[in-house]
Design a protein around this ligand. Sequence first.
Ligand SMILES: *Cc1c(COP(=O)(O)O)cnc(C)c1O
Length: 223
Amino acid sequence: MKVKENLTVIQEQINSACVKVNRNLEDITIIAVTKYVSAERAIEAVDAGIKHLGENRDDGLLSKWNILGNRPIWHYIGSLQTRKVKNVIDKVSFIHSLDRHSLAKEINKRATGKIKCFVQVNVSGEESKHGIQPKDTLQFIKELQVYPNLLVVGLMTMAPLTDDEQLLRSCFRQLRTLRDEIKVMELPHAPCAELSMGMSNDYKIAIEEGATFIRIGTALVGE
Ligand SMILES: *Cc1c(COP(=O)(O)O)cnc(C)c1O
């Protein structure tokens, strides 16, 4: 399938999810996750109108960045090793996987301007998932104020791989509730207005539960 055709289907789904819960389409940003596919396919996505691309490894990001440069806005979506920060820091606008102080410190040290970060939260409680525990999130975010190059724009989570709609909803809802609690505090370093949640198999539910950035790989560009 052409990316353009997949995108049309996804946009229809987004549209109906928005109608269902009375949200504005403009509040949802699609990130095309190109980690499984070639640079050619990433170019096809950009040509189809995709403005945001996401990668989860430094080498994948760099090889595509060398071709596409800053035509798309780049998101680093995977767990990020501290020693790899320097390879990606001047290429990406967003990092979705901030989950520890050592990483925050390194991002702050290497960044030449403000980097927009999502704090990754492990709401599902699965041991295999990265992210900090919901109960530790507020304290962690408060502590990030010592890093002037970090702007905490929101929270990110990965839901479990399941078709259990209630379970997915409850994960997304927990993240939203947590986001709301932090947002009302109006911390200057952490406006925390965004929710990065929803992938190929659960983005419709994520949108119904408030997602503002959805990260779609398989359903959009293929696997
Ligand atoms: C791979 C990946 C995605 C996209 O997954 P699909 O199921 O292919 O849509 C989204 N977010 C993260 C963090 C990923 O690693």
